[in-house]
Design a protein. Structure first.
Length: 165
């Protein structure tokens, strides 16, 4: 397994993996959120998108590392970094790929001189929460968010986590 920056020809694959994962978790998503999850090329212009590729060079997961405040981030300080849209293909769940992607981002944050790495995850994503906690992230309830839940009108609770470096 190799973790590296995404190639342009891999963006569509990572977009599909991400949309499929989030749709499986939440059901029907608002069209604008599907577009955001799919727009890997757009994210790669604003942030570092890392992919996990297997021994056949097939993309099996990815994550977005945001190193500054801006349109992709909920962070507001230049000494923070944020992790977004971690996604791993279901056929390789449980192989440590998500952990390796998160660790690569933590290493990048250290190299960038960041003091904190933050993220939000859905309250229903228990495996992701365990992964983040094992990586040293701690809950920050004061930074939790509720986002639009789509056509059913309900909101999705996003739990905030932070890792001090």
């Amino acid at each position: 397994m190799t973790i590296r920056p995404i190639g342009d020809d891999e963006a569509d694959t990572l977009g599909r993996i991400t949309v499929d994962l989030y749709t499986a978790e939440f059901g029907v998503l608002p069209d604008d959120y599907v577009a955001e999850l799919s727009d890997v090329r757009g994210r790669a212009q604003e942030a570092l998108v890392l992919v996990a590729v297997d021994e056949l060079a097939a993309v099996v997961g990815g994550i977005t590392y945001v190193d500054r405040p801006g349109p992709l981030a909920s962070i507001d300080r230049p000494d923070q970094a944020e992790l977004r849209m971690l996604a791993v293909a279901p056929e390789v769940h449980g192989q440590g790929i998500g952990t390796r992607l998160v660790q690569a981002c933590i290493e990048q944050a250290r190299a960038d001189g960041k003091g904190e790495v933050t993220l939000h995850t859905a309250s229903s994503m228990l495996a992701a929460q365990r992964l983040y906690q094992r990586a040293g992230f701690r809950r920050r309830p004061d930074r939790d968010l509720v986002v639009d839940g789509g056509e059913d009108g309900g909101g999705i609770q996003l739990l905030a986590y932070a890792l001090e470096l």
